[in-house]
Design a protein around this ligand. Structure first.
Ligand code: CFM
Ligand code: HCA
Length: 534
């Protein structure tokens, strides 16, 4: 059932008028005949609205730094932030060296009232000394929470002094939760720190094997990066580092030796991709390892970049083998899923990435959105390659690329240049808006009220989102699939992951549970009321 603008207007009319005006800009019905459809994103959530968003500290410490296993991550603040970010993001990792995996620990300065009044710097210095003494990590991070910024503790000075005292890198991140409008600000802060302090700090000049790549924006939720690496290893790539799933300080130090950066989650790590391009000239390629077709396409784009017939042949061989293995399995599950509809609302990239996988199961995504993505995640990125020969480049022409009004230059051989021109729109990617069907709905920063209203109107067969709305949605009689933690299942990425996803989603549909639940709109409401403006 398609939804009309009138229905959306009616839904928004329940808000006070200022809120109504604001929220209207965050919702669009896809219409490819329109000149340009702009969705507002990355703006402040209206106070009082129940949002799914997190804070800058969550984006920095929880998302980007959190999975780095051989560093101890200290939260400087009252205990709540450390405690509630302890193990909730599924930062799965295996130690590369015995005793050098600290992800199960929750280390916090546990600031008390007296620290807030008199300052917490001394306590932080003491905790750093204790951590270095007990765990003997390669490096330590310190992440600031809101009160630290409010009282003015200088975590950078404390970290610098500790670094001199202890002789290991101590990285301070001023990621106070209130910075920016969501966890997105925290991603940027973490990206800056890793480029400044870690990437390039290693002494390798060249990678240890052929076709060296980094996998950026892959966080190994449910073992995703292990499934992706299984294929990359088999094809013959050298994975220099994964940022940051199952990641390590050790690997990251030499990440500058990769020849190509793959970007899985663009939202959380585009800054590193961009900075490495500027600093080391390493190009980046947007990939998507969610779904069978997207995985095959990403592998083919990578092979095109390296432009080696042996690599291309090996890529095709592995793709053929994996397709023959997984397609019959997915076909079985497809029978249970075909014709159903989904809502797909996740943080900053999965709201788009999972739509292809749903489609492979015959499930149409009728509403999707991001918690905190920016406009470019919705709209995609246009790249216009243009060839120019630089007089001073000794007959090696450069490929000049213009993307989103930024220009950069890639050194390539003349043969490869001709190939590239035809094939790779390097760094090009389609955003959510490009891929969604006409009549489907996109909602930025979907909130609790709108979730309930959209469900009543569109009655999706499955709702894919996170822990905060999962149970509310299930109580409405609709299976809810967590696409952050995968409901503690997974992996869902790559070829093997697609089968796991198909199995789990099918289980959701066939569960008899839903027959025992009566959605609230089929019963009399317990409370009625209206919102009035003062
Ligand atoms: Fe990137 Fe992520 Fe996502 Fe994200 Fe996140 Fe996550 Fe996510 Mo939760 S980095 S934007 S900040 S893909 S933690 S692994 S699932 S909201 S869609
Ligand atoms: C975060 C982490 C989170 C939360 C998941 C959820 C994750 O935003 O700080 O709300 O279900 O993936 O763990 O996105």
């Amino acid at each position: 059932m398609a939804m009309t603008l009138e229905q959306i207007s009616e839904m928004l009319a329940k808000y006070p008028s200022k809120v109504e005006k604001n929220r209207k800009k965050h919702i669009i019905i896809k219409d490819s005949s329109a000149d340009r459809q702009e969705i507002e994103a990355n703006t402040r959530t209206i106070p009082g609205i129940i949002t799914n968003r997190g804070c800058a500290y969550a984006g920095c410490k929880g998302v980007v730094l959190g999975p780095l296993k051989d560093m101890v991550h200290i939260t400087h603040g009252p205990i709540g932030c450390g405690y509630y970010s302890w193990g909730t993001r599924r930062n799965k990792a295996r130690a590369d060296e015995p005793g050098q995996e600290f992800l199960n620990y929750c280390v916090s300065t546990d600031m008390q009232e007296s620290d807030i009044v008199f300052g917490g710097e001394k306590k932080l210095a003491k905790v750093i000394d204790e951590v270095a003494g007990i765990f003997k990590p390669k490096a330590i991070t310190v992440s600031a929470t809101c009160p630290v910024g409010l009282i003015g503790d200088d975590i950078n000075a404390v970290a610098r002094a500790a670094e001199e005292r202890l002789g290991i890198p101590i990285l301070a991140f001023s990621c106070e939760g209130y910075k920016g409008v969501s966890q997105s600000a925290g991603h940027h802060i973490a990206n800056n720190g890793l480029v400044e302090r870690v990437i390039g700090a290693g002494d390798r000049e060249e990678a240890a094997g052929k076709y060296p790549i980094n996998l950026l924006g892959e966080y190994n939720i449910g073992g995703d990066s292990w499934e992706i690496e299984r294929i990359l290893d088999e094809i013959g790539y050298t994975v220099v580092s994964v940022m940051t799933g199952n990641g390590s300080y050790e690997d990251l130090k030499n990440a500058h030796t990769a020849e190509l950066n793959l970007v899985q989650c663009h939202r959380s790590i585009n800054y590193i991709a961009g900075m490495l391009e500027t600093k080391y000239g390493t190009p980046w390629l947007k990939v998507n390892f969610i779904g069978v077709a997207a995985t095959a396409e990403s592998l083919r784009n990578m092979a095109r970049y390296f432009d080696d017939p042996a690599l291309t042949a090996r890529t095709e061989e592995i793709i053929a083998r994996e397709l023959a293995r997984v397609e019959p399995q997915i076909e079985q599950y497809r029978k249970l899923c075909e014709g159903k509809t989904a809502f797909c609302f996740v943080g900053g990239s999965r709201g788009h990435h999972y739509q292809g996988l749903f489609a492979e199961l015959g499930i149409d995504t009728v509403l999707a959105g991001y918690e905190f993505a920016h406009r470019d995640d919705y709209e995609g990125r246009q790249v216009i390659p243009e060839i120019k020969t630089d007089a001073d480049s000794k007959n090696i022409p450069d490929l000049h690329v213009t993307a989103d009004e930024r220009r950069f230059r890639l050194k390539v051989s003349p043969e490869k240049l001709a190939e590239l021109q035809r094939q790779i729109p390097l760094s090009f990617y389609a955003g959510m808006q490009v891929d969604m069907a006409d009549g489907t709905i996109m909602v930025d920063d979907l909130n609790h009220y709108e979730t309930e209203e959209f469900i009543k109107l569109l009655k999706p067969d499955i709702f894919a989102s996170g822990i905060k709305d999962k149970y509310v949605v299930q109580k409405m009689g609709i299976p809810a699939k967590q696409l952050h933690s995968y409901d503690y299942s997974g992996p869902y990425a790559g070829f093997g992951g697609a089968v796991n996803f198909a199995r789990d989603v099918s289980m959701g549909f066939v569960s008899p549970t839903w027959n025992f639940i009566v959605p609230p709109w089929k019963e009399e409401p317990l409370l009625t009321g209206s919102v009035t403006e003062e």
